[in-house]
Write a protein that binds this ligand. Structure first.
Ligand SMILES: [Zn+2]
Length: 217
């Protein structure tokens, strides 16, 4: 797979979602990146003093979308109609796509189709200024946190699929540490604000216990 080296870090599945420079959210994003560098994830995910929870969740949700977009982008060639005819996370978990609005009756489809639906849907939500306002002074809607929870719950399934069905390829690409760091950050974040129900995390519970045990005190 040597032909992939060098360019793979720029490869994304969907276009990257950018937070406009000059906005408060851009500053928050930079703050998040700086605290992550400190190496203490529990501290890095905490709401910075004086900041708005909705805004903090919004910035981080965009960041996780971008991270997953890139991680999945590195393995798309291995995630095909043939290799992944159903969207699964191990033998016990299978997901059918529905967004509750345009698709109400869950569709049984392949993993690449499911992830395409999921990421397109997530991007549409992140781009919706009434839901994810990026301008200063524009309030977040009352339903914001609920929507962010739904997005994060669905993004988790991409991690779950990658870990269960594509881990050997991730290792082969040398992306293992990158995937683990990203997922650990994601889990610490959703745990800090209780954003995903425990039963939704079940497909990766063992891994979650392992990743978080070292930091438990
Ligand atoms: Zn797959």
């Amino acid at each position: 797979m040597s032909f992939l080296f060098g360019s793979r870090s720029n490869k994304t599945f969907k276009p990257k979602k950018n937070i406009p420079e000059g906005t408060h959210q851009y500053d928050l994003m930079r703050h998040a990146a700086a605290t992550l560098g400190s190496g203490n994830l529990r501290l890095a995910v905490m709401l910075p003093e004086g900041e708005d929870l909705n805004e903090w969740v919004a910035v981080n949700t965009v960041d996780f979308f971008n991270q997953i977009n890139m991680l999945y982008g590195t393995i798309t060639e291995f995630c095909t109609e043939e290799s992944c005819a159903v969207m699964s996370a191990g033998p016990k978990y299978e997901y059918h796509w529905a967004d509750g609005h345009t698709v109400k009756k869950p569709i049984k489809c392949s993993a690449p189709k499911y992830i395409d639906y999921l990421m397109t849907w997530a991007q549409d939500q992140l781009d919706d200024e009434t839901l994810f306002p990026s301008k200063i002074g524009v309030p977040f809607p009352k339903s914001f946190l609920l929507m962010a929870k739904t997005i994060l719950k669905r993004l988790f399934r991409v991690y779950a699929h990658i870990y269960h069905q594509h881990f050997p390829e991730v290792v082969q690409l040398g992306e293992e540490a990158h995937l683990n760091t990203s997922f650990k950050h994601f889990i610490f974040f959703v745990q800090e604000f209780n954003l995903i129900e425990r039963k939704e995390l079940a497909p990766l519970q063992e891994l979650i216990d392992k990743l978080t045990a070292k930091d438990a005190r």
